[in-house]
Design a protein around this ligand. Structure first.
Ligand code: PEP
Ligand code: MG
Length: 752
C-alpha cells in the first residue's frame, strides 16, 4: 500500500467552501469541474469523476471529470450495478480495488482515456438512504488508496451530497423534453449498454428494420411516364434480385437453401398477380399505379385470412411489391440499403436474421429477446454481431445515424465523434491481428492435474461444422436440428433432412455426434405452422411435447437421422423431457422407426444411443428412473435456469432475474450430475454456462467432464480447464454450494 500523507482536513474544509459557492455558480458544469479538480489534487489521484443519476434514463451519467477525456462528459452512461461505479451506486457501499481492470465487474470504455489506471475507489453519493450519484477516484499506481482514504472520501461525498443533488436537479430541468420534431435532428452522441447476443464489431449507418408499410410502397410510385415494356423489365430485374438472394443463401447455407425466397419468386411469377397488373396497364392505368393497386388488393386479401400463417404472407407481398416498385421507378436497389449497415429492429424472425446476413448487414441491434434466444444463436452461426438493448427510443433515431456496434464489450455508440470511432476501429484491428484463437487449441484437454475433459461443439447450421473442425472440437455435443426447420416456408421432407444430416455425419467422421430432435416452439416458431394463440409459449406446445403431438413430423425426422448414420454410431437426444413417461414415448418412436426401416429394407443406424436433455426441474425428482432408460444426459442450462427460476429467457424486462448462479440452480445442477454419475451415465453440459470460465470451474467441481458450446468459445474454455486443479475446482464448487443467497453466490463467483 502506498503511504501518502494527504492533508485530509484541509480537503474537507475546501469542499465545504465549494459547497458554499453553489448559490452563485452560473455554470453547473464549471462547479462540478472545480469539485473534481480539487478532490483529485488533494487525494493525489490521476482521475476524479462525478456521475449523477438521471431519473428519466435510469442511468448514471458522467457529469465532470478530472483526468478522463473532457469529451466523455455526458457520454459515458452506466446502469445501476454496471461496472465498479454502478456497483458502488446500487449497493450503496464503497468499492475499492487495488487493480480494477482485473475485476470481473470492471467496464472498459474505449475512447475516453481510461487506459492505464489501476487503483480505483468509488463511493455512492447518498441523500439519506437514496443514492443520487457516485464519485470515483483512479490512479495509475496499483493499490494507491488506503482504508483511511475511503473514510475521507466518504466524508467528502457526504458534504457534497446536498450540492450535488441540487446540481442534479438543475441538470434534469435543463433537459429538453423529447418531441416528435427532435427525431429528425442529429441525435446526441451517447453510449448505450446492451447484452451481447453474438460477439463481433461493426461500424456503419443505422438502418431501421420494419416490415414495409403500404404508405412506404405508395411513396415509391413516382411520376415518370412508363409503359408495359418498362413494367416487364422491372419484373425481370426483381426476379433476378430474388434469385440472387436465393443463390447466395444456397452457397452459404446449403441446409436452408433459400426456401424463404422461393415463395416470393412464386408470387412474382404468378399469373393472377402479374396478369392483373398487366391488364390494368393495358386498360390505360400507369404501370406503377397498377402494380400498387394489385399489391394493395393482395395485402387486404391476406389480412382477411383466418389462418395466422396465411396472414403473415402479407409481408411477402409487401416485400416483393416494394422491390418491384423500386425497380420500376428507378429507386435505389432495396438490398443495398442494408449492406454494411447496422440494423435496428424491435423484433426479428430467424428468417429476417438470415436475410440480413445475406444482404451483408454489418450487425444487428435488437430491442427484444435475450442472449439465449434463438435469434442470437442464429446470428452467431451467421457471424453477425448482435446486441440486445432495452432502449425503445433507438427506433426514433434518424436512418443513417453513425453507429459503432461493439458486441465484444456490449457497447453501442450512437453518433460517435470521429475520435471515438477511430479508437474503436483501432481496438478492433488490434483484436483481429491477435493470433487466431483456433490455432491455440490443443487436440485434447486436461485439467492441470491431468484429468481428461472432452470439449465438443454446438452447431445450428451445416456451416458451423467447418468452424467446429477448425476449432478442433472432439465432436458435436448438440446439433439443434430445428434450425433448418425454422428458416423455411414449409416442412423439410424426410429426404431433404436425410441429405442435410448425411453431410453432417460425413463432415465429422469417427467423432461423436449428438442429434437433438426437433425443439420447436417457445421462441423457435415454425412460421408455416399454426400454433394457435399461446399465452405462454415457453410453457406451451414446445419441444418434445410438440414432437409427440405431431408424431408424423417426429417420426420423419428420426427416420432421416437413422438413415443418415446407417454406417456409423449416433446419439439421439430428446429436448425438454419432463417425466419418465415422456422419455419412454420418445424412445418408443425411435424403436418404431427402426422396425419400419428394417421392414422397408432401408439401411439404418445399428448403434444408436438414446439420451435426454436435462432442462426441466421436474426431472430432478425422477433422475433414478430416467437414468434407467436414458443412456446419457446433456444439461441445457439455458432452459434449466429459465424453468428453475420462472424467468423467461427472452424477456429483457426480467433479464436481471435470469441468474445462473442462483443457489437453486447450482444445487439442482449438482443433484442432477451426481445422480447421473451414480448410474454410470455420461453427462455433459451444452447450455451457455458451459462456455463461461467461471462456471466451468464449478461444473468440473461437481463432476462434469464433457462440455459442448459454440466452437468460438472453445479456446478460452480449454485455457481455463488447463489452468484448473480438480481439488481446487471441487473446493470452489463446495464454497458456491454453501451459499444460500444470490448475493453470496455472486460474491464467491466474482472472487473466483
Ligand atoms: C439449453 O436450453 O441450454 C439448450 C442448450 O438448448 P436451447 O438453447 O436450444 O434451448
Ligand atoms: Mg433448451
Amino acid at each position: 500500500m502506498a503511504i501518502i500523507n494527504r492533508d485530509h482536513a484541509k480537503l474537507i474544509c475546501d469542499i465545504g467552501e465549494l459547497s458554499a459557492i453553489i448559490t452563485d455558480a452560473s455554470d453547473l458544469g464549471a462547479m462540478l469541474q472545480k469539485i473534481v479538480d480539487t478532490v483529485a489534487g488533494h487525494m493525489q489521484a490521476d482521475v476524479c469523476s462525478v456521475y449523477l443519476f438521471d431519473d428519466a434514463g435510469q442511468e448514471l451519467v458522467l457529469r465532470a471529470t478530472h483526468g478522463l477525456l473532457p469529451s466523455s462528459v455526458g457520454y459515458v452512461r452506466l446502469r445501476p450495478g454496471e461496472g465498479l461505479t454502478g456497483l458502488a451506486f446500487s449497493e450503496r457501499r464503497p468499492v475499492r480495488e487495488a487493480d480494477a481492470p482485473a475485476h470481473p465487474n470492471y467496464r472498459y470504455f474505449p475512447g475516453i482515456g481510461v487506459e492505464g489506471y489501476r487503483s480505483f475507489l468509488a463511493l455512492p453519493i447518498l441523500r439519506g438512504r437514496r443514492p443520487v450519484g457516485a464519485m470515483t477516484l483512479q490512479s495509475k499506481q496499483p493499490d494507491h488508496f488506503s482504508a483511511e482514504d475511503v473514510q475521507v472520501f466518504r466524508a467528502i461525498t457526504m458534504q457534497l451530497a446536498t450540492t450535488i443533488e441540487m446540481a442534479r436537479l438543475l441538470l434534469t430541468l435543463e433537459r429538453k423534453p423529447a418531441t416528435a420534431t427532435q427525431t429528425s435532428a442529429l441525435p446526441e452522441p451517447r453510449l448505450v449498454r446492451g447484452q451481447i447476443g453474438a460477439e463481433g464489431y461493426a461500424v456503419g449507418e443505422a438502418v431501421l428494420i420494419r416490415q414495409p408499410s403500404l404508405a412506404e410502397i405508395r411513396a415509391l410510385l413516382g411520376s415518370a411516364p412508363l409503359d408495359l415494356p418498362d413494367f416487364r423489365r422491372a419484373v425481370r430485374a426483381t426476379e433476378k434480385q430474388i434469385e440472387n438472394l436465393e443463390k447466395l443463401a444456397g452457397e452459404r447455407l446449403s441446409d436452408v437453401t433459400a426456401v424463404i425466397f422461393s415463395a416470393q419468386l412464386l408470387m412474382l411469377r404468378d399469373q393472377s398477380w402479374l396478369g392483373a397488373m398487366e391488364e390494368q396497364i393495358a386498360a390505360g392505368t400507369a404501370p406503377a399505379e397498377a402494380a400498387y393497386r394489385v399489391i394493395l388488393n393482395y395485402v387486404e386479401l391476406f389480412d382477411r385470412m383466418d389462418n395466422a400463417y396465411m396472414r403473415e404472407k402479407r409481408y411477402d407481398v409487401l416485400d416483393v411489391g416494394r422491390r418491384l416498385l423500386a425497380n420500376l421507378t428507378g429507386h435505389r436497389d432495396v438490398d443495398s440499403r442494408r449492406e454494411g449497415r447496422i440494423a435496428i429492429a424491435a423484433e426479428l424472425l430467424p428468417s429476417d436474421v438470415l436475410k440480413l446476413g445475406l444482404e451483408k448487414a454489418g450487425g444487428i441491434v435488437l430491442l427484444s429477446g435475450g442472449v439465449t434466444s434463438h435469434v442470437a444463436v442464429l446470428a452467431r452461426s451467421l457471424d453477425l454481431p448482435l446486441l440486445f438493448v432495452d432502449e425503445p427510443h433507438l427506433l426514433q433515431i434518424p436512418e443513417g445515424t453513425r453507429l459503432v456496434l461493439d458486441a465484444h464489450q456490449g457497447n453501442l455508440v450512437v453518433a460517435p465523434s470521429e475520435d471515438v470511432e477511430r479508437r474503436y476501429r483501432e481496438q478492433d484491428e488490434a483484436r483481429r491481428s491477435a493470433p487466431h484463437l483456433a490455432e491455440r487449441m490443443r487436440e485434447s484437454t486436461h485439467t492441470a492435474d491431468g484429468t481428461r475433459v472432452h470439449l465438443l461443439a454446438n452447431i445450428n447450421l451445416l456451416a458451423d461444422v467447418e468452424v467446429a473442425r477448425s476449432y478442433k472440437a472432439e465432436g458435436i455435443g448438440l446439433y439443434r436440428t430445428e434450425f433448418p426447420f425454422m428458416i423455411r416456408n414449409d416442412l423439410p421432407s424426410e429426404e431433404e433432412q436425410l441429405r442435410i444430416y448425411r453431410r453432417l455425419v460425413e463432415g465429422m467422421p469417427g467423432r461423436e455426434i449428438t442429434f437433438r430432435t426437433l425443439d420447436a416452439g417457445g421462441d423457435k416458431v415454425l412460421s408455416y405452422f399454426d400454433y394457435g394463440t399461446e399465452a405462454n409459449p415457453f410453457l406451451g406446445l414446445r419441444s418434445i411435447r410438440f414432437a409427440l403431438r405431431h408424431r408424423d413430423i417426429f417420426l420423419q425426422q428420426v427416420r432421416a437421422i437413422l438413415r443418415a448414420a446407417h454406417d456409423t454410431q449416433v446419439r439421439i437426444m430428446f429436448p425438454m423431457i419432463s417425466s419418465p413417461d415422456e422419455l419412454a414415448s420418445a424412445a418408443n418412436a425411435v424403436a418404431e422407426c427402426r422396425a419400419d426401416l428394417r421392414h422397408e429394407g432401408l439401411l439404418a443406424c445399428e448403434h444408436v444411443q438414446l439420451g435426454m436433455m436435462l432442462e426441466v426441474p421436474s426431472v430432478l425428482e425422477t433422475m433414478d428412473e430416467l437414468a434407467e432408460r436414458a443412456e446419457f444426459f446433456s444439461i441445457g442450462t439455458n432452459d434449466f435456469v429459465q424453468y428453475m427460476l420462472a424467468v423467461d429467457r427472452t424477456n429483457v424486462h426480467v433479464a436481471d432475474l435470469y441468474i445462473p448462479q442462483h443457489p437453486a440452480v447450482l444445487r439442482g445442477l449438482r443433484r442432477a450430475v451426481t445422480a447421473a454419475l451414480r448410474h454410470g451415465r455420461d453427462v455433459s453440459v451444452c447450455g451457455d454456462m458451459a462456455h463461461d470460465p467461471r462456471f466451468v470451474r464449478f461444473l468440473l467441481g461437481i463432476g462434469v467432464r464433457k462440455f459442448s458450446m459454440s466452437a468460438r468459445y472453445l479456446p478460452r474454455v480449454q485455457e481455463a480447464i488447463f489452468a484448473t486443479h480438480l481439488d481446487e475446482a471441487r473446493h470452489f464448487a463446495q464454497r458456491l454450494l454453501a451459499e444460500s443467497t444470490v448475493s453470496g453466490a455472486t460474491e464467491v463467483l466474482d472472487e473466483g
